[in-house]
Ligand binder design. Structure first.
Ligand code: GLN
Length: 557
């Protein structure tokens, strides 16, 4: 029997609902259950892929090619269960499905309404494709009371009613703030938030109260009384030093036990959390530290490079090193100064021409000074451009993404749009006039690695699968010339048409990949590319042990 846990939020956003959901899933998994995580996003955009990362954080990409909310990244990292297209939906998607059904005449001329038609589609999404799962945890984006969220709340209310308590649990995440002037913690916002939830027919079974300070028992009792819950069901979620401590902390507060007892499942034993504890131990006892400069268009904004920051952390855990990330603005006046003392340089994925000259300068710096370099997607394409321009003298080498077109002897541009490629045995095409959201190579594709290459040493495999999200490709018509000059195309698509990995022979560690390895990195299994990159940074740090200037991104608990 599949049980459903709905996670809602109240009082303020950014309470870490996603992490709480992921942590609860990890706890259930640590007790031997099969879990699945889903996100219902109330905004109207059809495709999170086209949303501004400044507003919405990174776009997470699944194996099956969905561009999703970044919370799915937390889910995957905490549970190692690969998310799918069917795990994230937006109001926009629900409505576009509804309206095309209406146009097709599926509603037979009946009046089409939010209840039941929109709510039915939401319910269908929630229960669809959940066979074999013990628990499906479904997070509702936004906070209770948001107008856009209402149909989602109504849909999960209906599911709770239809399936009953033995199959549905509602967990509400709220904030219990500390007011410094009064030297008191305040429960009123939580009371109001639960009142709001109950006014739309949902009585939470568990309250997870996020707090900076310990919530005294008396206050927890008060919350329980006013919110119509048992005292044990009011769980406090205190800020943690690292996100990997959250599952252990929540378990100690009794979260997983409460969930199991709600469903009348045995809860006496304790979950197996040794691997989480091991990570925490490694984080708190690093053997050294390195500084990695990340040169991008968006800097210092917490969630834009979420998976990337996590992957670097994972690589730190694997090498037992503290990895300091220095976010370098690609538009900075003096890139060279900004890179001083960094032990490695990374140019991440990106779109558009802004900041390109700074990124190219950073790549040139890494190449010439033999600083370890990892180029991801755009960072790989730009590494090819930099090499072609500065090492091979192809001064006008560029990408058609910038509205320019370079050509040599009819070979076309160095980086350009490819209109056809093979995925397995299927020919896929990309339309130049397609929707903005529909023109990308998305999701998992295989890559064949050349024996004896750096990539081969890093992966220890000749065939890998990695996730993609890009429109443009490096043109293989330049392969021979680039390889002769010293840039090896060490990873190619199975058909040999699409360059996937490039590297420099005459360099301690210089590698560019057309895919996004950060999406597949896990705290328990750092991605080999990131692990090797951080190791190369450590080797450089040994040679040049100057204290590095450190800027940390604000952590989001
Ligand atoms: N802008 C580049 C492209 O579309 C790279 C995309 C990326 O880095 N994800 O191909």
């Amino acid at each position: 029997m599949t049980r459903f846990i709905f996670i809602t939020g109240g009082v303020v956003s950014s309470l870490g609902k996603g992490l709480a959901s992921a942590s609860l899933a990890a706890l259930l998994q640590a007790r031997g259950y099969r879990v699945r995580l889903r996100k219902l996003d109330p905004y109207l955009n059809v495709d999170p892929g086209t949303m501004n990362p400044n507003q919405h954080g990174e776009v997470f990409v699944t194996d099956d090619g969905a561009e999703t909310d970044l919370d799915l990244g937390h889910y995957e990292r905490f549970t190692n269960v690969a998310a799918r297209k069917s795990d994230n939906v937006t109001t926009g998607q629900i409505y576009s499905k509804l309206l095309s059904k209406e146009r097709r005449g599926d509603y037979l001329g009946g009046t089409v309404q939010v209840i039941p038609h929109v709510t039915d589609l939401i319910k269908e999404f929630v229960v669809n494709d959940t066979e074999g799962e013990d628990f499906v945890l479904c997070e509702i984006g936004g906070t209770v009371g948001d107008i856009e969220g209402l149909p989602f709340f109504e849909a999960i209310r209906q599911l709770g009613y239809e399936m009953g308590k033995q199959r549905v649990l509602f967990m509400h995440v709220t904030l219990v703030p500390y007011i410094a002037a009064a030297r008191e913690i305040k429960t009123k916002p939580t009371q109001h938030s639960v009142k709001e939830l109950r006014s739309i027919g949902i009585q939470p079974d568990i309250l997870l109260c996020r707090a900076e300070r310990e919530i005294p028992l008396a206050e927890r009792r008060k919350i329980a009384l006013f919110c119509n819950l048992r005292e044990e069901a009011v769980i406090q979620g205190l800020d943690a030093a690292s996100i990997y401590e959250v599952p252990r902390n929540l378990s100690e507060q009794g979260l997983d036990r409460q969930v199991l007892s709600h469903f009348a499942l045995p809860a006496q034993s304790v979950p197996e959390l040794a691997r989480w504890d091991d990570i925490t131990r490694r984080i708190h006892a690093p053997k050294g530290e390195v500084t990695v400069a990340v040169v991008g268009k968006y800097t210092g904004i917490g969630d834009v490079y979420k998976s990337l920051a996590e992957a670097l952390d994972h690589a730190g855990i694997a090498n037992q090193l503290k990895v300091h990330v220095r976010w370098v603005d690609a538009a900075a006046n003096d890139i060279e100064a900004a890179l001083q003392g960094a032990h490695a340089i990374l140019v991440p994925g990106g779109f558009g021409e802004r900041g390109v000259s700074g990124k190219l300068a950073a790549i040139e710096y890494a190449r010439e000074r033999k600083v370890p370099y990892l180029g991801i997607c755009f960072g790989m394409q730009l590494a090819c451009i930099e090499f072609a321009r500065n090492a091979l003298g192809m001064k006008d080498a560029t990408s058609t993404e910038f509205g320019a077109y370079d050509d040599r002897d009819g070979r076309g541009p160095l980086i350009g749009l490819m209109t056809e490629w093979m995925r397995g045995n299927v020919l896929e095409t990309r339309r130049h006039d397609g929707d903005l959201g529909g023109t990308m190579r998305l999701g998992a594709y295989d890559c064949i690695i050349a024996p004896g290459s750096l990539a081969h040493r890093v992966y220890g495999a000749e065939q890998i699968t990695e996730r993609h999200r890009h429109r443009y490709e490096v043109n293989i018509a330049y392969r021979a010339q680039m390889e002769e000059g010293g840039m090896r195309f060490s990873g190619m698509s199975p058909g040999g048409n699409l360059p996937e990995i490039v590297e420099l022979a005459d360099h301690p560690f210089f590698i560019g990949v057309q895919f996004h390895p950060e999406f597949k990195s896990r705290p328990f299994a750092a991605h080999p590319l990131f692990a090797a990159f951080v190791q190369a940074a450590a080797q450089r740090a040994e040679k040049e042990p100057k204290p590095a200037h450190v800027l940390r991104m604000p952590a989001k608990a």
